[in-house]
Write a protein that binds this ligand. Structure first.
Ligand code: GLN
Length: 321
C-alpha cells in the first residue's frame, strides 16, 4: 500500500522527536571555533520526492555551512570542465579507513595521489583544479554549478570562513605536502581559500535534499525536466559517496542505511535515494534527503542524523542493496 504524503510527514515528525535524544551523544565540531557554540540539540530533515513533494520535520529550515558536502559539488565541477579522466589522474576513488584530515598514509604511498575526493587531501587537490586562473574565479565556477542545482545563489558565512581560515593547521599541512608532491595546480593559499570558502557556503536541509534528488535521478532534475549532470558522472559521484562519503564510517553506513550520502562537520548529511520501483514503500521512485544535526561523532558524522537515517531506511526500504 502506498502511504499518503501526510502520513509520511506525520511519521517523520514522530521519528525526529524519537531520535532527538541522540544529539546528546555527540558534540559540535570545536576545532572550527565558529561552529562550537551552535545549539547541539537541533535535528531537522527534509525529503523531496520524485514528483516534487517536500516533507520536513524538526529544524529543517535552519541554515548551516556545507563543510565537506561541498566536496561533491567541486568534484563534479572539475569533471564537467576538465573531464573525468583528468580528475582521476590526480585523485583516486579508493576509500580509506583513516579520518578525513589524515596525512599519515599519503606519505607512505608513492606517488602520494590522494585516495578519493571526499577526504580533505583529495578535496584540496580538486579545489586547485577548478576552472579559472584566480582563486575568485575558481570559487565562482563551483558556486555557479551549485546555484544551477539549487535554483538560487547561496551565500558564504564569512564568520565560519574566517574562523576556519585562521585555525586550519591540518589543512595547511596537507596542502603544503600536496604542493610539494606536485598535485596542486595553484598556490597553497589559493587552493585553501577555495576549499575553505566552499566549506563555508550556507544551505538548508531542503537545498541538500534537492541536490540529493538530482543525483538520485542520475543527474536529471525531475521537476525542471532537465539533465543537469551527465548520467555517467552522477553515477560515479554516487559510487564515491557510497564508498567514501561518510569517511571512516562509510562501511557501516552502507550496511545500515545503504544509500549514497555525504556528511559535513557542521552536521549536515546529503543523501541520494535511487528508485526502487519494485517496492511499494514511500518514495520508491527515488528521493533526496537533507539532514541537519550539529552534534557529530568521532568520524565527523551527525550522530542523531545517522541514527534517524538508519531508522527511515529500515522502515521505508531505502537501501540500494
Ligand atoms: N572544513 C572542514 C575541514 O576541512 C570540513 C571537514 C568535514 O566536513 N568533514 O576540516
Amino acid at each position: 500500500r502506498y502511504q499518503t504524503e501526510d502520513k509520511c510527514a506525520e511519521q517523520l515528525c514522530c521519528w525526529v522527536r524519537q531520535y532527538r535524544k541522540y544529539t546528546l551523544e555527540g558534540a559540535c565540531a570545536s576545532y572550527i571555533p565558529a561552529l562550537q557554540h551552535v545549539n547541539q540539540s537541533q535535528l531537522g530533515i527534509c525529503i523531496i520526492g520524485h514528483n516534487g513533494e517536500v516533507i520536513k520535520a524538526g529544524e529543517a529550515d535552519v541554515t548551516f555551512t556545507m563543510q565537506s558536502i561541498s566536496k561533491v559539488i567541486s568534484f563534479m565541477a572539475v569533471c564537467l570542465d576538465k573531464g573525468v579522466s583528468y580528475a582521476l589522474e590526480r585523485v583516486d576513488v579508493e576509500p580509506t579507513g583513516d579520518p578525513y584530515n589524515s596525512i599519515m598514509r599519503l606519505e607512505l604511498k608513492k606517488p602520494s595521489k590522494p585516495f578519493n575526493p571526499m577526504i580533505n587531501a583529495g578535496a584540496i587537490t580538486i579545489a586547485s583544479l577548478l576552472p579559472g586562473t584566480t582563486k575568485e574565479e575558481k570559487f565562482d565556477s563551483l558556486l555557479e554549478l551549485l546555484a544551477k542545482l539549487l535554483g538560487r545563489h547561496p551565500k558564504v558565512d564569512e564568520t565560519v570562513f574566517m574562523s576556519e581560515w585562521n585555525t586550519a593547521h591540518y589543512n595547511f599541512a596537507l596542502a603544503h605536502f600536496l604542493k610539494a608532491e606536485g598535485f596542486l595546480e595553484c598556490e597553497v593559499e589559493e587552493a585553501l581559500y577555495v576549499y575553505l570558502r566552499q566549506c563555508a557556503i550556507e544551505v538548508t536541509t531542503e537545498d541538500l535534499a534537492r541536490i540529493g534528488l538530482i543525483l538520485a535521478c542520475d543527474g536529471y532534475h525531475p521537476l525542471k525536466e532537465k539533465q543537469m549532470i551527465h548520467p555517467e558522472l552522477a553515477r560515479l559521484t554516487k559510487a564515491i559517496m557510497l564508498t567514501c562519503g561518510m569517511y571512516n564510517a562509510s562501511g557501516k553506513f552502507a550496511a545500515f542505511v545503504g544509500a549514497p550520502s555525504k556528511s559535513g562537520v557542521s552536521g549536515g548529511i546529503m543523501t541520494a535515494v535511487p528508485s526502487r520501483i519494485h517496492k511499494a514503500t514511500p518514495f520508491h521512485n527515488g528521493c533526496g534527503i537533507g539532514i541537519y544535526g550539529p552534534a557529530i561523532d568521532k568520524a565527523g558524522n551527525s550522530v542523531a542524523g545517522v541514527k534517524l537515517l538508519e531508522h527511515i531506511s529500515k522502515e521505508w526500504e531505502l537501501s540500494v542493496f
